[in-house]
Design a protein around this ligand. Sequence first.
Ligand SMILES: NC(=O)c1ccc[n+]([C@@H]2O[C@H](COP(=O)([O-])OP(=O)(O)OC[C@H]3O[C@@H](n4cnc5c(N)ncnc54)[C@H](OP(=O)(O)O)[C@@H]3O)[C@@H](O)[C@H]2O)c1
Length: 263
Amino acid sequence: MKKIGVIGCGNMGSVLAEGIISAGRYRLYVSDVKREKLKKPVKLGAQPASNTELAENSDVIILAVKPDKVVETIEEIKSFLTPSKILISIAAGISTAAIEKVSGGKTSVVRLMPNVNVRVKAGLLPYCTGRYAAGCGKLTEQIFSPLGIVFKLPEKKFDSVTAISGSGPGFLFYIAENISAVCRRKGFTDKQSRAITAYLLYGAGKMLVETGLAPETLKQTVTSPGGTTLAGLNVFKQKNFPHILKKVIDSAEKRSRELSRRK
Ligand SMILES: NC(=O)c1ccc[n+]([C@@H]2O[C@H](COP(=O)([O-])OP(=O)(O)OC[C@H]3O[C@@H](n4cnc5c(N)ncnc54)[C@H](OP(=O)(O)O)[C@@H]3O)[C@@H](O)[C@H]2O)c1
């Protein structure tokens, strides 16, 4: 049974810990400077530990502290990072090369960027491997697959994927917020507005996933000549919606690049 450790059981670390426990195939250690954060994963079967105990005992160490705490945390566990261990960092904007540098030797480093949808086990989890971690992809995919789709990407694509899959839920929640506002303006109750909005997005997402059809094909199935959908879509076209969306994503990507450079 592989032994996995999660350092930092805040928003993201605790969700990853729960997903890993739910697979039932790993022994999990958890650590956090705030011991109360360990209550839930421990209740589910994880073993509480200090950072160094965790690093010593785990085959795979998941670093889920805020980016500004990454260096000090690696410094603390560095003497336990033997070549057989894998260090997986989820810290936004910190490259595998930077982590390799802090951890000293030839540590196998994997960088993973889960999005918030892992909370409902429908996340996107792109990852890349560092210089000494070429063979770690399969295990990474195995560990995180209970939380959504895990896929390998070249590290140079991380700013783009951060803008699309990392910030994407925020953009869709913004669209949802506006659909709800329109519903309320048209006299629907709050409860009705929330249900309409949630099921619109949930159902459309489920259609995309379960039919496997392209968005354009699904769009065609609800767009008849002279119909209501076409009338609405024409407004998107007139207002150049594709251009707005591209600007939104380009802007998020630019910000990701700026933040990475500052670290
Ligand atoms: N949240 C997301 O949606 C998301 C998405 C993708 C990637 N990430 C990445 O995930 C990482 C964690 O983000 P988060 O939102 O989960 O942060 P968070 O809620 O602040 O969780 C981090 C936890 O680690 C603890 N901690 C700090 N230093 C530590 C140390 N030396 N040893 C052990 N525990 C320590 C923190 O305690 P204190 O609060 O006392 O510092 C906190 O409980 C970040 O690097 C972020 O970039 C987050």
